[in-house]
Design a protein around this ligand. Structure first.
Ligand code: TXA
Ligand code: MG
Length: 319
């Protein structure tokens, strides 16, 4: 079964077709990184603006210098510690990397994903894979094969089924300015952890700063239902009384839970569990034909910062 699925995925990719691949973060929509024809299909299927560059996925760190050059020492430190894993590095690109991947930038984003099926697939083909998250542009990122189907409908590509993603939110993206690490996107590894490991403060871009990386556009990850972010869930529920409300709760709230369909990100305050459930629960609530989803901010600490960032980008209002 596993063998046949892998063979099918390999053949499709070798014929410039797209395949949805499991990673530890979210499902990716993969194509041959050395074929512009294949890469164009990603932008078309996702309806992704050509100005939003893609991440190159490689099978192991020894391939890094095929993709990037003039790599700062601190980047190698991160590679050694976190790959395979949910850190993406933005580095000076090698000449031959297609400008379709980088949206014309001189830099390229690259990572080694940590999922056995996808690593096996990467080892079986003789090219790296570009893979944005396997959802329509601006829709919720998929952490399960069903989500890929929900996002693309009948246009869904072949999905290599690797089950539920272990982390549940995207990789943390780190670039370098004069060798100083800078976080371009909060993700599955918290900034605090990275700072502790490197023993230095890293700069981070926040959502009210101008957009540095094209993919930092403010609206992102959105359900189809109106999505409101709040730090006082009781008050927000009262304000929208009369509407068909669903709640995405950070923690249990006995009194209002009883009155609305809801999902609880974690019953015991575990940020890892919250990260794990975030997109799944967004998809689930989005299926309920609600007028409005009210989401509760989580503790703004560790990966909680990334979770709040995703919630903010999903929302069209804060209350
Ligand atoms: O966890 C992940 O990173 C997942 C899995 C599938 O690997 N992929 C993912 O890809 O989240 P995507 O395309 O949804 O997000 C890629 C982000 C975008 O925000 C894009 O702007 C940024 O990476 N990016 C890519 N190349 C860049 C570059 N050269 N400079 C700055 N940002 C870049
Ligand atoms: Mg994405």
């Amino acid at each position: 079964m596993r063998k046949e699925e892998l063979k099918k995925a390999k053949l499709l990719l070798e014929h410039d077709e797209l395949v949805a691949i499991p990673t530890e973060t979210v499902y990716g929509l993969a194509a041959n990184a050395y074929s512009d024809n294949a890469i164009n299909k990603i932008y078309a299927l996702k309806n992704r603006p050509a100005s939003n560059p893609l991440i190159v996925h490689i099978s192991n760190a020894s391939k890094l210098e095929n993709i990037a050059q003039n790599i700062p020492e601190v980047a190698f430190k991160l590679v050694e510690k976190y790959w395979p894993g949910p850190i993406t590095l933005v580095l000076e690109k090698q000449e031959h990397i297609s400008s379709l991947i980088t949206a014309g930038l001189n830099s390229v984003a690259v990572r080694v994903p940590n999922h056995s099926l996808t690593l096996e697939l990467l080892n079986s083909v003789n090219f790296p894979l570009v893979a944005p998250s396997a959802n329509r542009s601006n829709h919720i990122s998929p952490t399960h094969p069903e989500h890929v189907k929900l996002s693309f409908g009948y246009k869904a590509p072949f999905i290599l089924n690797g089950g539920q993603c272990a982390k549940g939110i995207e990789s943390t993206i780190i670039g370098f300015e004069d060798s100083v690490p800078k976080i371009y996107r909060q993700g599955a590894i918290g900034q605090d952890e990275i700072e502790e490991f490197l023993r230095l403060k890293v700069i981070s871009t926040s959502s009210n700063q101008p957009i540095v990386a094209p993919g930092m556009s403010h609206k992102h990850y959105s359900p189809n239902t109106d999505f409101i972010l709040s730090d006082n869930i009781e008050l927000a529920a009262k304000k929208f009384e009369g509407k068909n409300i669903g709640l995405l709760l950070a923690q249990p709230h006995k009194t209002i839970e009883a009155n609305f369909p809801h999902k609880i990100l974690s019953r015991n305050g575990s940020l890892n569990e919250m990260m794990n459930n975030l997109y799944s629960y967004m998809y689930a609530l989005d299926q309920l034909n609600l007028d409005i989803i009210i989401a509760e901010k989580v503790v703004n600490d560790g990966v909680g910062i990334a979770i709040n960032d995703k919630l903010a980008r999903a929302s069209n209002q804060q209350y």
